[in-house]
Design a protein around this ligand. Structure first.
Ligand SMILES: Nc1ncnc2c1ncn2[C@@H]1O[C@H](COP(=O)(O)OP(=O)(O)OP(=O)(O)O)[C@@H](O)[C@H]1O
Length: 561
């Protein structure tokens, strides 16, 4: 029996490359004579995921070798329907409309959704400039999250919104804010604050807002390092007045502590990528921001493509009677993304696979995710000689470099961008064709956001995730996401054991240890590191000698005096 055909069910395997693994998984004589359905079952010998139970499920499953996306219904949220302009006639009518757009809403006194942007003007007294700008920038029809989130926010209600990546969440909260802040206030206090976890995302939201406010005197502040430094220098009475603030958490906390940002008049606080902001790394800062937003009428909105229950529970403690929206399935990946898992054997197999992809019709633009800055640099040094336009972005690069790289990737000058988790959330590169998870993601959330950089706004995209034997215990986490987003999964993958909560936590905290990314033989690497060590030791010795000579000549000079 062909075990690598079997392993290939739901993943890709190259037999010639995995000779060693073939011997590891070599079937017993008895197993060779068994007639087993190629896809449905995995014998013990291949049970490197530690799940023996799936043998009992031989009769189920698909014969599809690679998981494919189920197309049915995936683009439904963008399809216009005949009755889209007619007002709602009954609550049944509303329920049917929500169902058709796969919008689930929970909460009390939920305002009706909108069917068109024009309804914002007719039913919610939006200013005409908003409609003009929407048209100017090509937004003709609201997406499902916009249909329901905007009226809720306009009614001043707290909101927890969970909708897929690339489904237009940004415009949903920006339009609500524009309605609330449609004319500039003379005193110029911040009236709305949008917090996002990265500078890149904050900049993107700011640009989006600038487009939507064009032609109006609404003042928007992007809290950059330079802007914050300028505020510190300025006399408080002379500081420019702003209506809306877009910021990262730490920058804002510094401004609050330094007295440059007064949030006492903020009416609406939006936490974009809320689950990330309410995670340990940011929680303290978010607490401080919340404390500074002291208005009794504060309205809070949380948006993300992933909203774990623990975050929702925590969120409810700071919100007043919130309404919750889920578009599609909760915490699922976007359905227009074709997702694939590729088994690469050892760590070294990843480079071979990526080179094979480049040689055999690789369609840029492409984002490649790795788990650390070190690995991003290593991969860049390997791919830079491949005759492709490649660059690398991570938090150790300067802000100017980061801005330039993002710009080049957007304009198509860069084909391949190697990145860390820094780029996983929110960044809207419209035409990314493929996302490669070179390193297996550390959580389902990370997977959903990373692959969500493709397949945006109803477009199609591809996501390829490499996995080695070390990643196998966590494979089920990703398989579950794939299933939730409509991929067909072979039965044996569905039967894999779930990683324990403990294991999940461990992986989230620390990534899997991996060999360095390099095509150089290990012997070469060892020799290089040894050589480097000798050079450093010799430099240190020289320095010590120099210092000793200097100090003895100083003593001599003192003696002479
Ligand atoms: N109503 C609309 N019609 C057409 N395009 C839209 C509409 N709303 C948003 N878009 C576009 O869809 C793309 C994705 O939107 P956005 O970045 O807001 O997604 P998101 O839901 O915030 O994703 P993520 O979870 O990754 O942050 C953007 O290019 C945006 O301009």
């Amino acid at each position: 029996m062909d075990f690598f055909k079997l392993l290939g069910a739901g993943a890709k395997f190259d037999k010639s490359r995995f000779k060693e693994d073939i011997s590891v998984f070599k079937p017993s004589r008895r197993a060779e004579h068994e007639t087993v359905d190629v896809v449905d079952s995995v014998p013990k010998e291949l049970d490197f995921f530690g799940d023996h139970s799936r043998q009992q499920h031989q009769q189920h499953g698909s014969k599809e070798a690679v998981p494919t996306r189920q197309l049915a219904g995936s683009a439904s949220q963008y399809i216009k329907h005949e009755n889209d302009h007619a007002p709602f006639t009954s609550s049944l009518d509303v329920a049917e409309y929500l169902k058709r757009h796969r919008i689930k809403v929970t909460g009390t006194d939920v305002p009706h959704p909108i069917k068109t942007f024009e309804m914002l003007y007719r039913e919610h007294s939006f200013q005409p400039f908003v409609l003009r700008n929407l048209e100017k920038f090509g937004f003709t029809q609201p997406t499902p999250i916009q249909m329901q989130a905007i009226p809720i926010s306009v009614h001043g209600r707290d909101l927890i919104a969970n909708a897929p990546t690339g489904s237009g969440k940004t415009l949903a909260f920006l339009l609500a804010i524009l309605h609330q802040v449609h004319s500039p206030e003379k005193e110029g206090f911040f009236r709305a604050v949008i917090v996002s976890p990265t500078r890149e995302l904050a900049t993107q939201i700011y640009e989006h807002l600038r487009n939507l406010t064009s032609g109006r005197k609404i003042k928007v502040c992007l809290m950059t390092k330079a802007a914050a430094a300028a505020m510190v220098e300025q006399d408080p009475a002379q500081r420019p007045k702003f209506d809306i603030l877009v910021t990262t958490p730490l920058r804002l906390v510094h401004a609050i502590q330094g007295g440059e940002a007064d949030l006492s008049r903020v009416r609406h606080l939006v936490l974009d990528e809320a689950d990330s902001l309410m995670d340990k790394g940011f929680l303290e800062q978010v607490d401080e921001i919340l404390a500074a937003c002291s208005s009794p009428n504060l309205q809070i909105s949380l948006f993300s493509a992933t909203m774990p229950s623990s975050v929702e529970e925590m969120a409810k403690t700071i919100m007043k009677n919130p309404i919750r929206i889920i578009v599609g399935s909760k915490n699922a990946a976007t359905e227009t993304i074709e997702q694939k898992l590729v088994y690469v054997g050892q760590e070294e197999g990843k480079l071979l696979e990526i080179r094979r992809m480049i040689l055999t019709g690789f369609k840029p633009p492409c984002l490649i995710f790795v788990q650390s800055i070190e690995r991003a640099k290593e991969l860049f040094h390997e791919l830079v000689f491949e005759n492709i336009n490649v660059d690398v972005i991570h938090s150790e690069r300067t802000q100017t470099q980061r801005n330039r790289i993002v710009q080049k990737f957007r304009s198509g000058d860069l084909w391949v961008l190697i990145c860390t988790e820094l780029m996983a959330r929110g960044i809207d590169f419209k035409g990314v064709n493929v996302v490669i998870n070179y390193d297996f993601p550390q959580s389902a959330q990370s997977y959903i956001h990373r692959i969500g950089r493709t397949g945006r706004a109803g477009r199609e995209g591809k996501a390829v995730t490499f996995f080695t034997k070390e990643d196998a215990p966590h494979l089920k986490t990703i398989v579950n996401v794939m299933r939730e987003s409509g991929c067909e999964i072979p039965e044996w993958m569905l039967q894999l054991k779930k990683p324990s909560q403990d294991n999940k936590k461990k992986l989230k905290k620390n990534p899997v240890e991996r060999n360095a990314i390099s095509t150089r033989p290990k012997y070469d690497l060892k020799r290089r590191s040894h050589k480097k060590q000798i050079i450093e030791q010799s430099k240190a010795k020289k320095l010590r000698q120099q210092e000793a000579t200097e100090s003895s000549s100083k003593t001599a000079a003192v003696d002479d005096e």
